[in-house]
Design a protein. Structure first.
Length: 181
């Protein structure tokens, strides 16, 4: 995983829980914590940090991941507003993942291992996203999608109907969006 993800986690933890919280997580995991945005780090280190945050912050790990996805998306939008400014809602933004966003991510962060998505846009009311990645980080993809909806002030309904963790060849997310007032 690229170091930028670890940098976003560190920033989110420090902003939300204070300067000492990040150091407490590092102490709990015995990780060094010197992550450069261009560096590549084992996915397991992120999972160790999430587990440690669960213990230190006394919240379930899935709640930590969901919080981080929403928080990191807002931090990402602050750093790279041009990805977001051309869109008025979540659906058109998501449809640019393969064609615009991930190619740009690979330019900024050479060696980034980004997932691939296939989209079924046959319905105006439902977007079907098929997620393909050997890393099987579909839960993280879900929370980034939820963070995107929060950014665009939309409520979404998401059904994870197929999942690689259950033996399916890919994950499938059925998503509908509703604009919040």
């Amino acid at each position: 995983m690229k170091g930028i993800v670890f940098n976003l986690l560190e920033e989110a933890i420090r902003q939300e829980h204070g300067e000492d919280a990040w150091d407490a997580l590092l102490a709990h995991t015995e990780l060094e914590g010197a992550y450069t945005s261009l560096g590549n780090y084992p996915d397991e280190q992120l999972m160790k940090l999430v587990s440690a945050a669960s213990v230190v912050l006394r919240k379930p790990a899935d709640e930590i991941i969901r919080w981080f996805g929403c928080k990191s998306l807002s931090l990402f939008a602050e750093r790279y507003p041009y990805f977001f400014n051309d869109h008025q809602s979540t659906r058109p933004f998501l449809l640019t993942l393969n064609s615009i966003i991930h190619p740009e991510v690979k330019k900024f962060y050479p060696g980034a291992d980004v997932p691939d998505f296939q989209f079924d846009v046959s319905s105006e009311n439902v977007l079907i996203m098929r997620y393909y990645s050997k890393r099987k980080l579909c839960a993280f993809a879900e929370v980034l999608i939820q963070g995107t909806a929060a950014y665009y002030r939309e409520q979404l309904t998401m059904e994870h109907s197929m999942c690689m963790h259950r033996g399916d060849p890919h994950c499938e997310l059925r998503i509908s969006f509703k604009r919040l007032r």
